[in-house]
Design a protein around this ligand. Sequence first.
Ligand code: ZN
Length: 310
Amino acid sequence: MNKYEIIALSQIKNNRLENELRFERLMDELRKDKAFAEAESERDTIRFKIAKLRFQNADLGSLYDDLALAEKRLFSRLSELGYTEGALTPAYNCMECKDTGYANGNLCRCVRSLAYTLIKGNCSTLVTELDDFGAIDYSFIPEADRARYRATANILAKFAEKFPDIKSSILLISGEQGTGKTYLMSVLANALMKKCAGVLFYNAVQINEIFLKYHLAPIEEKDDIFSPLVEADFLVIDDLGAENFRNNVTETYLYELLVLRDSRLTGVTTNLSSPQILSRYGSRISSRLFSKNDSFGINLEGQDLRFIKR
Ligand SMILES: [Zn+2]
């Protein structure tokens, strides 16, 4: 299994956990309804009787008819509560492996397919599919800012060219909202994916949610949640500062992540200035993000590009 398949497998398993949890919650909710709970319990009792009698090779009598009736009652109550029959089984994305990642003892096709998607990157937050810095259209940039923007693109193009042989572990692009940071980081992500790098592109809100999930997860599930972030060849944290800062979660795990990703490139975009980063995230994170040896920082100040028509 290659590392993309490992990442894909852990995402698929996470999905399964989430879906099963959602399913359990829904069932708990439905069972608060007396009629539903009774119908379900009646159905289960009949099922149990059938199983037992079949095991004894005994006569089942009219039990299958009883079961059909009990199911009908259950489904009709379910429908009155506003749900379809499908609600009574957990939802799986892949019916072949029920999101376990394995079918007939082999890695399921869905894992390979997701691994490929990961490498190609169907990241929802990528704002462009452009993967070639040479093809950037600079006409949408105000003339006064064009030289600086072009210079930044050229630096990132070098990163893409040299990757994975990069000395810096942090690539930090800062600047006001709408200066095109996410756009340039997206082009870089696409360019690296073209080189078959495993790229994860998250905005800070998403990363923070993953941190919280990691924080709350039982110990045996923690690794599956955190390791894709650590193992991605290129991880982007877009718009650092937009997340809802949680002291014992955001700071703790962001720092842990940066430490563990020491030898891998992490791209960060932010509207925050360095003093703002220091006061929000503390000195441990700040000194990593602005490390003289390991961090490459670009400030992209300028007019708000989002308001300029392409
Ligand atoms: Zn599958």
